[in-house]
Ligand binder design. Sequence first.
Ligand code: ZN
Ligand code: ZN
Ligand code: ZN
Ligand code: ZN
Length: 109
Amino acid sequence: MAGYKHPCRYCNKLIPADSNICPICGKNNPLSLRCPKCKAPIEIGWKACSCCGQSLEILCPKCGKATFLDDYCQHCDAPLRIICPNPKCKTEQPIGGTKCVKCNKSLNK
Ligand SMILES: [Zn+2]
Ligand SMILES: [Zn+2]
Ligand SMILES: [Zn+2]
Ligand SMILES: [Zn+2]
């Protein structure tokens, strides 16, 4: 797949297939959606991950509406990310997990 360019799902510009961040619009995961728990590919509109059953619908912390578990709210475009409460870690990660992806601290204070 290397060498091919794919359209960013946010800005539709062609970007390298292994991009983690779109170099044009700067958004995370510009090419594919992955389950925050098991990393299986998921699609917009799914209510739960087909692989592990993780719920893919969350309430946006900003506007309070139910939105697909993505990097950004479908309604107000607020980033759907949380910061690890561990002061030594503070890793930014998707909403939905129960433990920090880096230090394993519980994210439900
Ligand atoms: Zn883009
Ligand atoms: Zn999953
Ligand atoms: Zn929102
Ligand atoms: Zn952490």
